[in-house]
Design a protein around this ligand. Structure first.
Ligand SMILES: C[S@@+](CC[C@H](N)C(=O)[O-])C[C@H]1O[C@@H](n2cnc3c(N)ncnc32)[C@H](O)[C@@H]1O
Length: 289
């Protein structure tokens, strides 16, 4: 949990750290520029801790869809990757893209955080499996139309952007007709509960339909320091359908019986009652957009 101890946790926060400066947590509006500026700086600050805490669980060449530990080897939701052009949005340390490379795909990683991309380079050097990367944002993909067969994101950028309609339209633009778009996010129903891995995280306290962003504000400067955005399941269906995608899958991984790892608000205590992660699989209709 990221909020200061005196602040009640109010919504899912997909990081798992103590902020370097005291913050206050609010539900309030945050636009695209504000979200990108805050989140890019936040992920730069947090990248070392994120990779130290979760790197082993992710695996240098591993592909994990979320804190439940569901792997792409088991889920097989991307479809065949060999000889495919693949873009990972919000690639962090590039672990998933490296898995794609090991399986014969031509993956590229894209992330807004310079420090996360430095970790990606470090892991490239350690493993010898090199993922080309670009520093950019999900709402302005620096690629020509119809460049990729697959675009995916494992808890990457999608819950961090305000202009999600732009991000999904950009994805449709860079995909070839028939291409797949697959992504994992915090399960939208989690936004009804406090972000607490223990018993308090089991009691509904907020409206599912309240799309007001989760915002952390630096106490000292008053600047927005971190933002996450909520969309309901219906919002996601409308976003995908409205951009020419046909939904093929919605995976809601169950908490595995012997899995005791706590990741932020994700835990066995909560996972045995309901889903913490949603994984959408979709195909771009042959007409595209
Ligand atoms: C929870 S991490 C997931 C990283 C990686 N997929 C993994 O499984 O470890 C979220 C990543 O999204 C990136 N991100 C946040 N906002 C973004 C944006 N607007 N565009 C691209 N990447 C973004 C962050 O920098 C961070 O690396």
């Amino acid at each position: 949990m990221s909020s200061s101890p005196a602040t009640p946790p109010v919504a899912p926060d997909s990081r798992d750290h103590t902020p370097s400066a005291p913050v206050r947590v609010e539900r309030r509006g945050a636009g695209e520029d504000e979200s990108r500026r805050a989140n890019s700086a936040d992920w730069d600050r947090y990248a070392d801790e994120y990779q130290a805490t979760h790197g082993e669980f992710l695996g240098d060449c591993g592909f994990v869809w979320g804190p439940e530990g569901l792997t792409e080897d088991v889920a097989s939701i991307l479809g065949p990757v060999a000889d495919r052009d693949v873009l990972e949005v919000g690639s962090g340390g590039g672990q998933c893209s490296r898995w794609v490379r090991v399986h014969g795909g031509r993956s590229i990683g894209l992330d807004v955080s310079h420090r996360q991309l430095q970790h990606s380079r470090r892991i490239d050097e350690n493993t010898g499996v090199v993922v080309p990367t670009v520093r950019a944002t999900a709402t302005a993909l620096p690629f020509a139309d119809a460049s990729f067969d697959i675009v995916f994101s494992s808890f990457g950028a999608l819950q961090f952007v305000a202009d999600i309609d732009v991000a999904v339209a950009e994805t449709a633009r860079v995909l070839r007709p028939g291409g797949r778009f697959v992504f994992s996010i915090t399960h939208p129903t989690r936004w009804m509960f406090p972000d607490d891995p223990g018993e308090p995280g089991l009691t509904m306290s907020q409206s599912y339909w309240d799309r007001t962003p989760y915002v952390e504000v630096d106490d000292a400067t008053g600047e927005v320091a971190y933002v996450e955005h909520h969309r309901t399941l219906g919002d996601w269906v409308a976003l995908l359908a409205g951009n020419g995608f046909v939904i093929t899958d919605l995976l809601e991984p169950e908490w595995p019986e012997h899995h005791d790892r706590v990741w932020g608000g994700w835990s066995r205590t909560r996972g045995r009652f309901g889903p913490g992660t949603a994984i959408f699989g979709s195909v771009l209709g042959s007409t595209g957009r």
